[in-house]
Design a protein around this ligand. Sequence first.
Ligand SMILES: Cc1ncc(C[n+]2csc(CCOP(=O)(O)OP(=O)(O)O)c2C)c(N)n1
Length: 283
Amino acid sequence: MTISLADLTTQETPTWCPGCGDHTILASLKNALAELVIDPKDVVIVSGIGCGSKIPHYVKTYGFEGLHGRGLPVAMGIKLANPTLTVIAISGDGDTYGIGGNHFMHTMRRNLDIVHIVQDNQVYGLTKGQYSPTSKKGFKSPSSPHGALETPVNPLALALTMGASYVARGYALNVSQLKELFVDALNHKGYAFVDVLQPCVNYNRANTPQWYQENTQVLQGNDPANWDEAMKLARRTDKLPLGLFFKEDRPTYDGEVSVYEKGVPATRDISNIDLSMMLKHYV
Ligand SMILES: Cc1ncc(C[n+]2csc(CCOP(=O)(O)OP(=O)(O)O)c2C)c(N)n1
């Protein structure tokens, strides 16, 4: 079996602005799926709401464009209902780190076997340019005319802290590395998080392609098994590293749930618990 890019392309034309990083994120994702020869009928792409969240419309797999900030719970539900599917959640930085921040944290500690791609343009694109949780301090926007006052979220440090088993950062215009990261993330058994820095040509005039060129650097020679090193790299604010920061193999939530479903006894014996103590509060 082979999968061509044409097999993965729908009849809808992307509505993104020319120069938007979403175009190359889409191309890199399709290239990764084609390279891995994953049957499109076995793939579900789940998004929230945002410019980038239109992506399920443009990939000929199953797809679900849901509610702002709620892509991850839907992705988790799909994976738990049918663990044989390849489930990819994709969402903007506003969607993921703002309104969806709660879901982001808890998905990471559960380590479900899904890929999560964040289209991190450091701004709310769809709603016309308000500052987002990853906007730099001082970022001027319609909702922060005097410059954002808040300290930005550090997505990679947060992911490492919350126990993500795969943590990477890509850049939308480094398409060869991005495709490799997506392939690697799809091969990872567990929650694979890829934060993708991307330009927003209309609403983010601070983080331009030239800015990324000057302020990013492809990672070389790091040890992805070393959590402390990964955290040190994640905390860098100059020359933002691009590549795989951290990867570890550990049991997945969906794997553990299916073990319970097969009838393996629960590790905790609750037969001796006196339920009357608990019920007392309700009667
Ligand atoms: C519950 C809810 N709150 C707010 C909105 C309005 N809204 C839609 S998209 C969006 C932000 C989009 O920014 P981001 O997630 O970074 O994605 P981008 O458009 O930049 O790709 C907001 C605030 C909404 N649709 N639903």
